[in-house]
Design a protein around this ligand. Structure first.
Ligand code: NAD
Length: 311
């Protein structure tokens, strides 16, 4: 089987691909003629729209390196009978750890503190850098999949936090088992949470899920953390909430336009921290995602059932 790897993957995963796949074309070596006879491909952020899929008439499997498949035209891939797989749990731990890091960075104004020190300080513990503790506060997670559940566990075990869950697809009994409280309405989570975490996929029902109405419901002391997808949060409404200080602060790892432009107005806000879609960007997770995507191609090559099927 001929495989095109459209985006860079870790050295370890690339070695694994060379060892286990028949023919591998890597990102900077791809030529138009390779598209014509490739059977499989691996993508991270590469866009596979209808036009791109049509350029690969032999394609049998698209193996997504990561979770979100919104850069793939899934409807069209389905029509063409192309299998799409992903690596659902491979990066969850890394993203969950970033959620914790960003939460602490906002609540304790860590980035602002560092900038202040660089510019020179004339006193210790400046009042404008006063933050707040997480212990005993309420962590509200929108989405309790792989990432939301690991983050919830860390906040419960590490900070004795109460966890509220808004996820219509998770049962109340599952939440009870995990020691979490399920809420039926998003507004209940927004009103009660100190930290509001977004860990849902981008879909028609989640696009713009957090806009002005939702910011208006949040506590003045609330922190919003979005490591999922940019379009789930309305960026101009977030900007207004941060400028008006109707919430304490926010951090996002994903943006409407990526990579985020340095002129994005959100970056003017001192109560905002941006990271460049870095959630899964750890050595550990990159190896797991790369080898996980390759394993799906190996399964297809061997005529075995795929493990993580998207369509
Ligand atoms: P997951 O599929 O395990 O969990 C998603 C959860 O969202 C599920 O429990 C589902 O029931 C819930 N959900 C779906 N629609 C919902 C809705 N309308 N309201 C409330 N809940 C809803 O996915 P995951 O691994 O936890 O990842 C979550 C998202 O994080 C991904 O879809 C991806 O977009 C993003 N992500 C970002 C990075 C990064 O680098 N920043 C890395 C991995 C994933």
């Amino acid at each position: 089987m001929k495989t095109i790897i459209f985006d860079p993957i870790s050295d370890e995963a690339l070695d694994y691909a060379y060892k286990h796949l028949d023919e591998v074309i890597k990102w900077d070596d791809v030529k138009d003629e390779d598209l014509l006879d490739c059977d499989s491909c691996i993508i991270r952020v590469f866009k596979l729209d209808k036009g791109m899929i049509d350029k690969m008439p032999n394609l049998k499997i698209i193996a997504k390196h990561g979770v979100g498949t919104d850069s793939i035209d899934l409807d069209y891939a389905k029509i063409k009978g192309i299998r799409v797989t992903n690596t659902p749990a491979a990066n969850s731990n890394s993203v969950a750890e970033l959620i914790v890091g960003l939460t602490m960075a906002v609540s304790r104004k860590i980035v602002g503190s560092h900038k202040t020190v660089i510019n020179g300080v004339d006193r210790i513990a400046p009042p404008e850098l006063t933050g707040f503790e997480l212990t005993g506060k309420t962590f509200g997670t929108i989405g309790l999949g792989n990432i939301g559940s690991i983050a919830s566990k860390i906040f419960i075990n590490g900070f004795a936090m109460k966890v509220l869950v808004y996820d219509p697809y998770i049962s109340e009994s599952r939440c009870d088992e995990l020691g979490l409280t399920k809420v039926e309405k998003l507004e209940d989570l927004l009103k009660e949470s100190d930290i509001i975490n977004i860990s849902v996929p981008l879909t028609d029902s989640t696009e713009n899920m957090i806009s002005k109405n939702e910011f208006d419901l949040m506590k003045k002391t609330a922190i919003l953390i979005n490591t999922a997808r940019g379009k789930i949060v309305n960026e101009s409404d977030l900007y207004n909430a941060l400028k008006e200080k109707s919430i304490f602060g926010a951090s996002m790892d994903a943006f409407e336009v990526e990579p985020i432009n340095k002129n994005n107005p959100l970056l003017e806000c001192s109560n905002f921290i941006a990271t460049p879609h870095n959630g899964a960007n750890t050595v550990d997770s990159l190896i797991r995602m790369g080898t996980g995507a390759i394993d799906e191609i190996i399964r297809t090559k061997n005529g075995e059932e795929n493990l993580h099927i998207v369509i």
